[in-house]
Design a protein around this ligand. Structure first.
Ligand code: GLN
Length: 545
């Protein structure tokens, strides 16, 4: 909490030279340095695309859609923020060009501008500033860290850069800081380190009126003092503020590397914040386990978008986190669900894996492949976790192969299935718009005492985040239960099946929610830790023959 006198500080993170330079991890790590000092931090992502939110974007192109507690469908960078900073982002944490223009145009239609000509400056830039300030106010944060998507020089990001330039004047230079993430490439036969792209990228920023206070330099080799001095001279930042950022073994090591490079101390000093000793022990301990685990196991993830490594980002990270309490490295085998449909038996794909996840997804493609994978896990005792669509698939599989309801399917997959065991949520009937219309965000769920789910969570009252239109059809609840499927979690009004499990299996659980969004390295999610624990046991069992 802030003291009575305290004002919010603003850190703006931009990127130069190339895209995918790691602004998200830098922003997230910076947040961790402040959190380690006990400051409250509110992250914001400013995305230049015209989509109002990421909900309508294809995961192939854009990676995972991250869902916040309050049900916003956002960019996957918010996932990094939540995991590194251990905070909960809100709808306000994600600002897109589409969202900004939508509210400016709505205001214009209402007549709010009283006959004025509506322009990028000041109307659009004011709206951007308003939304950033709203986050500061709503979350009463000591520091707001705002990352600007895209690369300096992009046409699309100009209004955002102009808005953050103006903010230095609005809230005071002593309360703002510009961090620019840039690349120092090596070239030529001797691998010479080149600073020119960084200089150019800083010139580009200056053209807009922003002079960076800190340069985070991505580099493959350590930067000599003379290189830092050169960057300092040409880019007008103190040598101390030229921070070398080398590749590290695990992304969770980045905050430790930045701390070591003096970034935390510099930021605090520059923003005139109270100097505090950073408490990094917990973070250091988890990084130590990640770098030197005792055990290992392999989990297969079957999904529709596995060829884009970012499409299941939070699941991948949740598995890494789940390794920590088990002192294990978790290797992931990504399996495209289509490939399970070409007639080859699932054991060919699942050979050597110790656990299976069926990932969230939409539409019919690859569904039969997923069903075969679940059947294999159910019949062979392979630990299984079904996530959202994964729960629906496991119910279809069980209905068909255990309850004898052949032709069972989801209404999402088939128009008029013989047994519609998965059907549209009642409130979804008649919904035509695709954007922000699913069952989204955090919902409560009651777990049945004595179930594996209740044991794993250590409580019977939980909340999890959701993003779906379909659900288990209650007409089939009894039939599923008769044949041994336990409905271990339901909505408080009993209307919705939220979790299922098979008691006679070493680990067979599925959830209608997305537990991956709530996993943190320092607080791994129990469903994932449970899966990894069961996978290690499975590996030992197989080894023992
Ligand atoms: N397609 C399914 C539904 O809409 C599952 C969604 C998901 O896996 N997130 O219900």
């Amino acid at each position: 909490m802030r003291g009575g006198e305290a004002v919010t500080k603003f850190i703006f993170v931009t990127g130069g030279v190339v895209s995918s330079i790691g602004k998200g991890i830098t922003t997230a790590s910076l947040g961790r340095l402040l959190r380690n000092r006990g400051f409250s931090v509110a992250p914001v992502k400013l995305d230049p695309y015209i989509n109002v939110d990421a909900g309508t974007m294809n995961p192939y192109q854009h990676g995972e859609v991250f869902v916040t507690e309050d049900g916003a469908e956002t960019d996957l960078d918010l996932g990094h923020y939540e995991r590194f900073m251990d905070v909960a982002c809100t709808r306000a944490s994600s600002i897109t060009t589409g969202k900004v223009y939508l509210s400016v145009i709505q205001a214009e239609r209402r007549g709010d501008y009283l006959g004025g000509t509506v322009q990028v400056i000041p109307h659009v830039t004011n709206e951007i500033k308003r939304t950033i300030l709203q986050v500061a106010k709503e979350q009463e944060a000591d520091v707001v860290i705002a990352e600007i998507g895209g690369t300096v020089g992009d046409i699309e990001s100009l209004p955002f850069l102009e808005a953050i330039r103006q903010m230095r004047k609005d809230v005071g230079p002593e309360n703002t800081m510009y961090v620019h993430v840039t690349l120092i490439p090596q070239i030529g036969p001797w691998g010479e380190v080149k600073t020119k792209p960084t200089q150019h990228s800083v010139y580009k920023l200056r053209e807009i009126g922003i002079s960076p206070d800190v340069l985070v330099c991505r580099t493959e080799v350590p930067l000599d003092e003379d290189v830092k001095d050169k960057i300092s001279l040409f880019c007008d930042v103190p040598s101390r503020a030229v921070v070398e950022s080398m590749n590290v073994e695990t992304i969770y090591e980045v905050p430790l590397a930045y701390e070591e490079a003096g970034l935390g101390e510099y930021v605090i000093e520059k923003l005139g914040m109270e100097p505090r000793e950073p408490k990094s022990a917990e973070w250091k301990a988890l990084v130590d386990v990640l770098k030197d685990p005792r055990e290992s196991c392999r989990i297969a993830v079957v999904g529709k978008y596995t060829s884009n490594g970012d499409a299941y980002k939070s699941i991948n990270e949740a598995l890494i986190h789940a390794g920590i309490p088990n002192h294990a490295r978790v290797d992931v085998r990504w399996i495209e669900s289509d490939s399970l449909e070409n007639g080859r038996p699932p054991e060919e794909f699942l050979e050597g894996v110790d656990g299976l996840i069926v990932a969230p997804g939409f539409g019919g493609r690859g569904v039969e492949g997923k069903i075969r994978a679940v059947q294999y896990a159910r019949e062979t005792g392979l630990p299984f976790l079904g996530i959202c669509f994964g729960l629906q698939i496991s119910v279809i599989e069980f209905a068909r192969n255990v309850c004898g309801l052949s032709g069972a399917n989801s209404e999402e997959v088939l128009d008029d299935p013989a047994y519609p065991v998965i059907h549209l949520l009642p409130e979804q009937k008649g919904v035509a718009d695709k954007g922000a219309t699913m069952r989204l965000g955090s919902w409560p769920c009651n777990l049945v005492t004595g179930t594996k789910a209740a044991k794993l969570y250590g409580t019977t009252r939980i909340t999890e985040r959701h993003r779906h239109r379909y659900e288990v059809n209650n007409d089939f609840r009894e039939k599923l239960a008769e044949h041994g499927m336990v409905i271990s979690g339901v909505s408080p009004d009993y209307r919705l099946v939220e979790m299922i499990e098979l008691p006679d299996h070493p680990y067979f659980l599925a959830t209608q929610a997305h537990p991956e969004f709530k996993s943190r390295p320092n607080r791994p999610h129990p469903l994932f830790s449970g899966l990894v624990k069961a996978a290690i046991a499975q590996k030992a069992r197989v080894a023992a023959g």
